[in-house]
Ligand binder design. Structure first.
Ligand code: BTN
Length: 234
């Protein structure tokens, strides 16, 4: 890994996008704070000091049909890292990592076809969770009751990422999916898929297929969901 550390940046994903055309694979952009951290769907991502805000530049050779699964590679690296601290996390399809139902990390993967992929990881480590998010978000510090060495967390995430990305590069997608299913917070549960504030599907989440899509069994039919927000509480 070739690590670039910044004090402040708009968003590590944006910074990475700017340097990606010439940066080698494995370049990692880490910032102490982001002034315009982003989540999926253009949402804001609160990124004050104390959290791990990073983006990894990857240049996978596999076809675009696999790139959507890079988000799982990031999520699994975070789940393993949490586990090393004794924290049991779950993956809420497609890109949230939860602890006791609260979001501790989010993954934002973006790709420029045939050029590069950006794997953005936001992990709440020692950062304060804003009041309005206290119901739905949590940090490692809160879970463990003590502050944690941020650099150690970064090193652990990168070590775990090496392993999962290694499998990805070797085409071992089956092993990735197996781990994803094994840590899923949604499989076997009744869920709703929300898109632009509307319920677009509802049913029991029965599987995550080889393309990474969530399979829902509804009253009458089975649907394959490619994107959307999963609601577990309704
Ligand atoms: C989500 O849950 O919607 C994804 C959140 C991703 C946040 C990380 S923080 C580092 C990187 N830079 C960003 O602007 N976003 C990602």
């Amino acid at each position: 890994w070739n690590i670039i550390t910044l004090d402040e940046v708009d968003s590590t994903n944006e910074y990475a996008r700017r340097i990606a055309p010439t940066a080698p694979e494995g370049t990692v952009v880490v910032a102490k704070r982001q002034t315009a951290g982003r989540g999926r769907k253009g949402r804001r991502w609160a990124s004050p000091e104390g959290g791990l805000w990073m983006t990894v530049i990857l240049k996978p050779k596999s076809g675009p049909e696999h790139v959507t699964k890079l988000v799982f590679v990031g999520a699994l690296a975070v789940l393993d890292t949490l586990h090393e601290y004794g924290i049991r996390g779950e993956l809420k399809w497609p890109n949230d990592v939860l602890v006791d139902g609260k979001k501790i990390a989010g993954i934002l993967s973006e790709c420029r076809l045939n050029h590069f992929a950006l794997l953005g990881i936001g992990l709440n480590v020692n950062n304060e969770i804003p009041d309005e998010l206290r119901e739905s978000a949590v940090s490692m510090k809160e879970v463990l009751g003590r502050a944690i060495d941020l650099e150690e967390v970064l090193n652990r995430v990168l070590r775990n990422l090496s392993r999962w990305y290694g499998l990805f590069r070797n085409g071992r997608h089956g092993e990735i999916l197996k781990a994803v299913k094994g840590s899923s917070a949604v499989l076997g549960k009744r869920v709703r898929i929300i898109e632009d504030g509307e319920i677009i599907a509802e049913g029991i989440a029965v599987d995550i297929d080889n393309s990474g899509a969530l399979i829902l069994k509804g009253e009458e039919n089975t649907v394959r969901v490619l994107y959307g927000d999963v609601s577990l509480r309704f």
